[in-house]
Design a protein around this ligand. Structure first.
Ligand code: FAD
Ligand code: UDP
Length: 375
């Protein structure tokens, strides 16, 4: 006799857990979501401060090329037309990001794509890099020495706490290089911020579903797991296996939130500080995500720190060493019959929100198509 109360116990109410819970609920499944934090939503959670939606765990800009994912999120909350165009401050000099004709004009006074390409190529030619196999070589062979030295090296080394020659090249491939005057940080078709904040999205996803907060799965894992036929686990995969192959490394952040008694602090949602000597990587001014007109403003400085059991694990460090350790955990996870592993922490991937939703969709179709076939 099956005396389990729930079909699914979902550990973690971030986007992976919430999307999975919502879709399972629509299939008539009974779900319990638990989260160790005192709120749902994971890292996209916003806190209202002085009428401003503050992205409590760092700036979150939604972008995707996938119309189905865009329509899905917009079915819970309407997104605005916010377009991310960060500014870089390097020793007081201001540059447009991502690297584009505006940046090249600001750096060298070049006015045409041909002039910019020639300038970059002349720097690349002096370097003799054939097969770039780390972040430094990759960046240098894409944009040359000046952009690398002023806009990449300092930011990257403080963000990751490692020298750029020891970082994987893929991190920098996230940033576009354009020979047009286009300051849009993302190249995706769809982009925006939920009007009224991300909580509207996660609240919509979790509507009708039982959520218990301030609950750490590991305080009674057997007890929690016993409640459901299957567990959807979105926490750290190494912790699930009691760190038996060692800890996977993460980069973390300390956030310093400040309220200012002025209307507009920096004129842009995101300003990156790209020199090594400034201890934070960027200052976020949250009201600009939603074109806010409040009399005050709220900013957040992001200070990178090493991840640890105490510091929140934000960025997986997907270098060779950690990838090899992750593989060992993944082999164990693949053999589990009644546990599904998903999300940034369980998949140990530097996934953006749309990729997490895509990954949850895949899991949903694996689960429910499988059951449909069985039935
Ligand atoms: P999470 O949101 O981390 O949720 C996991 C949840 O599980 C958490 O709530 C946690 O408390 C809970 N949990 C963990 N262990 C336990 C346990 N033992 N018991 C109970 N609960 C547990 N993406 C973008 O698309 N655009 C951006 O601009 C962007 N900016 C980002 C900026 C920063 C600083 C960071 C860190 C990420 C950013 N991302 C961005 C990525 C985005 O946050 C993730 O893709 C997404 O939120 C991950 O969702 P998730 O459900 O996998 O994980
Ligand atoms: N980066 C950089 N200079 C910048 C912004 C980003 O060198 O001004 C590099 C840095 O290594 C960073 C990576 O590009 O980790 C990815 O940047 P992104 O803005 O996507 O980082 P996230 O928003 O995920 O923190």
């Amino acid at each position: 006799m099956n005396n389990k109360i729930y079909d699914y116990l979902i550990v973690g109410s971030g986007l992976f857990g919430s999307v999975f819970a919502h879709e399972a609920y629509l299939q008539g499944k009974k779900c319990l979501v638990i989260d160790k934090r005192d709120h749902a939503g994971g890292n996209v959670y916003c806190e209202n401060v002085e009428g401003v939606n503050v992205h409590k765990y760092g700036a979150h800009i939604f972008h995707t090329n996938d119309k189905a994912i865009w329509d899905y999120v917009n079915s819970f909350v309407e997104f605005n037309r916010y377009t991310n165009s960060p500014i870089a401050n390097y020793k007081g000099e201001m540059y447009s990001l991502p690297f584009n004709m505006n940046t090249f004009y600001q750096l060298w006074g070049v006015k045409t794509p041909a002039e910019a390409k020639e300038k970059i190529q002349s720097q690349i030619d002096q370097l003799n890099i054939n097969n770039p196999d780390n972040l430094e070589q990759q960046a240098l062979s894409l944009v040359g020495t000046d952009v690398y030295e002023k806009l990449i090296k300092g930011y990257t080394e403080k963000q990751w706490g490692r020298v750029a020659t020891e970082l994987p090249a893929f991190i920098i491939k996230r940033l576009p290089v354009r020979f047009t005057f286009d300051n849009n940080y993302f190249s995706d078709k769809y982009q925006g911020i939920p009007i009224g904040g991300y909580n509207k999205l996660t609240e919509g996803l979790l509507k009708g579903i039982e959520v218990r907060l301030n609950v750490d799965y590991f305080e009674d894992r057997e007890g929690w797991s016993a409640l459901a036929d299957q567990v959807v686990y979105t926490g750290k995969i190494d912790q699930y296996y009691d760190f038996r192959f060692g800890q996977l490394e993460y980069r973390s952040l300390k956030f310093e939130h400040e309220v200012h008694d002025i209307e507009n602090y920096q004129g842009n949602a995101v300003v990156n500080y790209t020199e090594r000597e400034v201890p934070y990587t960027r200052i976020i001014e949250h009201k600009h995500f939603e074109f806010g007109t409040q009399p005050n403003t709220v900013t957040t400085k992001e200070y990178p720190v090493e991840g640890s059991l105490k510091n929140e694990p934000y960025y997986p460090i997907n270098d060779e060493k950690n990838t090899a350790v992750f593989k060992l955990y993944k082999e164990l996870a693949d053999q589990e019959y009644d546990v599904i592993f998903g999300g940034r922490l369980a998949e140990y991937r530097y996934y953006d929100m749309h990729q997490i939703i895509g990954s949850a969709f895949k899991e949903v179709s694996r689960q429910f198509d499988k059951q449909a076939v069985k039935a």
